[in-house]
Design a protein around this ligand. Structure first.
Ligand code: M6R
Length: 608
């Protein structure tokens, strides 16, 4: 997601900003820009593309000044372009703003401002902030930012500078990250520590609704009522390399830990009034839905596994038959596609070659095309009739983690919306499921808090070359993702089986010490799963069970039990996958594997 850096000090601001922005590149971005106070005016340079486009330009035509703000943008509102890049500014370019987050009520604010004569140049939500600060600015920048933020709904970290004072920087955060770096006669703001680590290891971590006022060498933090907050200085002990992973040893672990926030983003951006699902980027009407007689879900790898949960949810909540297929197989399977077919493509990157080819095939054959993707403006997004962005933020590790959980949550939302529009589910069920979805981030956190225990459990996989993942119903679908995860990063051969199928052949492979990871969360299948566990244990298997915290009886049948918080059966998938990700991660660490870059694999598979 977007990266922010701000600087006020004795160095040349452009150099500090470009250096800082380069350390935020890992977040993913499509454009970059800076605004510098030159004492005469604010000079703004911003370009679509890599950071080098900006730095080359600054090298050719330098800007002098010790106050500036910089930004790397990961497009949300409006395509990647020079004009949509940050910083954004007011009419006479005397105020400049960088922003990370989403202003949810920007359309409403834009209309109000337009009625007052403000003109908008970009398609972004951020531009409203520049005009709002302009509207309230009467010589006091901090006051103007306070007044502007009173109008904003949504998430934001903002950096604001004004032409009138080359020794003043204002910043504020709400639900988007922002820190303050404290140097010797120089100070910084940034989205993340790596951006400033070259200059200082002393930082303030800002809380929500805290405002920062940097004037000359003084940094003051205020709360939302303009009271001064006495912040503790934190000394950072990481080096630059590990800090770009936010202190985590690997991007995979960082992304596992980002899941509570990522699923929350997927959800809240489409909850109207915090209650009803509003799929505003999906144009499918109730009438369109009535005509759809079947859905195809097409994807590869982890995205395919998320699609299997999507099939379950759409069939159960919306009563539409769904076929879920692997993208590299779909076109060769004689698919039944016509004008009444909805095809949903799932892809984190939006660039996977087989998924894109399937999209084009389905389109040529008359299907309506919807995609679930994470990357704004990707090929799959551009070629779809409707797009559901997961808003997971950039996923860098080859092994998908937060992509999966956000895709699964996306499917639940789509299925609930379809079910409600088609009047298949009751309002009571709809409301209750949304409430359950809203609590899922906290429940993921609770699973993550067991990391040390899960790490310990993983030791039992040491020196094993095979593992079996078992489940029934939804648990079997998650088992498939668990098996893929451990295969791809630890190179342990693992397969998932529908637990009842085992005795039709595979149980022959179970011998003393064979690891079996058994998932059992579905109330109606619990007893049957326990019997399946007993069957493999009787043949010597070492069983690690994952179940809900109220099923302590499982301890009698399994060697180790990992508990997830209580949750309705339909949504347990989002929780059971977390220990499976951690098991895979620690198995890979134990075996000395390169976790983020497993052998033979690429993050985005752009060949068929
Ligand atoms: O970018 P996509 O979601 O289309 O990628 C599809 C698969 O290549 C991907 O899910 C892959 O299986 C995962 N990286 C595995 O963890």
């Amino acid at each position: 997601m977007c990266g922010i850096v701000g600087y006020l000090g004795h160095k040349k601001a452009t150099e500090v900003l470009v250096e800082g922005l380069s350390k935020l590149e890992y977040r993913g971005y499509d454009s970059a820009g800076v605004a510098i106070n030159t004492k005469e005016n604010l000079e703004i340079r911003k370009f679509k593309g890599r950071l080098s486009v900006l730095s080359d330009d600054l090298e050719k035509n330098p800007i002098n000044g010790g106050l500036g703000i910089g930004h790397t943008r990961w497009a949300t509102h409006g395509e990647p372009s020079d004009v949509n890049s940050h910083p954004h500014f007011n009419k006479d370019k005397s105020i400049a703003v960088v922003h990370n987050g989403i202003i949810e009520n920007y359309l409403e604010l834009k209309e109000e401002l337009q009625n007052e004569g403000y003109e908008f140049l970009s398609q972004t939500d951020t531009e409203v902030v520049a005009h709002l600060v302009d509207k309230y600015y009467k010589g006091n920048l901090l006051d103007a930012v306070y007044k502007a933020t009173e109008k904003l709904r949504g998430a934001y970290a903002l950096g604001v500078i004004c032409k009138d004072n080359d020794k003043e920087l204002v910043a504020v955060r709400k639900d988007s990250p922002l820190i303050v770096g404290l140097g010797e006669n120089e100070n910084f703001i940034a989205s993340d520590i790596p951006a400033i680590l070259k200059y200082t290891k002393k930082v303030y971590f800002l809380e929500n609704n805290e405002f920062v006022h940097i004037v000359d060498n003084n940094v003051t933090v205020f709360d939302m009522n303009k009271n001064i907050v006495n912040k503790a200085i934190n000394e950072i002990t990481w080096d630059v390399e590990s800090a770009s992973k936010g202190g985590y040893e690997h991007f995979m672990l960082k992304e596992i830990y980002e899941q509570p926030n990522a699923v929350k983003e997927t959800l809240i951006r489409r909850l109207d009034n915090n209650k009803c699902i509003k799929l505003d980027d999906i144009k499918l009407t109730k009438e369109d839905l009535e005509k759809i007689n079947k859905v195809y879900i097409i994807a590869c790898g982890t995205a395919y596994h998320a699609g299997l949960i999507g099939k379950y949810a759409i069939e159960k909540f919306a009563n539409i038959p769904v076929i879920c297929d692997i993208a590299s197989e779909f076109r060769y399977n004689n698919p039944f596609i016509d004008n009444n077919t909805l095809v949903i493509l799932v892809s984190q990157s939006g660039e996977t070659a087989d998924t894109l080819a399937s999209l084009r095939y389905a389109k040529e054959n008359g299907a309506r095309i919807m995609s679930i993707t994470n990357v704004v403006g990707s090929s799959i997004a551009r070629e779809s009739d409707d797009v559901f962005y997961t808003w997971a933020g950039p996923e860098i590790s080859v092994a998908s983690t937060k992509a999966y959980t956000t895709q699964v949550v996306s499917f639940y939302m789509i299925a609930l919306d379809f079910g409600m529009k088609k009047e298949i589910i009751t309002k009571e069920f709809y409301d209750k499921t949304i409430e359950n979805l809203k609590s899922i981030d906290k429940k993921i956190e609770k699973v993550l808090s067991q990391e040390d225990y899960i790490k310990e459990v993983t030791k039992t996989l040491n020196k094993k070359d095979n593992a079996f993942y078992l489940g029934r119903g939804l648990d079997y679908l998650v088992a498939m993702e668990g098996a893929l995860k451990i295969k791809e990063i630890s190179y342990i051969h693992a397969e998932a089986f529908a637990a009842g199928e085992l005795k039709h052949g595979t149980i022959a492979l179970i011998e003393k010490g064979t690891p079996v990871i058994a998932i059992l969360t579905q109330e109606n299948l619990l007893e049957k799963m326990i019997s399946n566990i007993e069957e493999v244990r009787a043949r010597g298997a070492y069983v690690i069970a994952i179940t809900k915290e109220n099923h302590k009886e499982v301890e009698k049948s399994a060697d180790k039990v990992i508990y997830i918080p209580d949750i309705c059966d339909n949504l347990s998938t989002v929780l059971t996958v977390i220990p499976l990700q951690l098991l895979a991660y620690y198995a890979a660490i134990q075996r000395g594997c390169d976790v983020d870059k497993p052998r033979n694999l690429a993050k985005s598979v752009t060949v068929e």
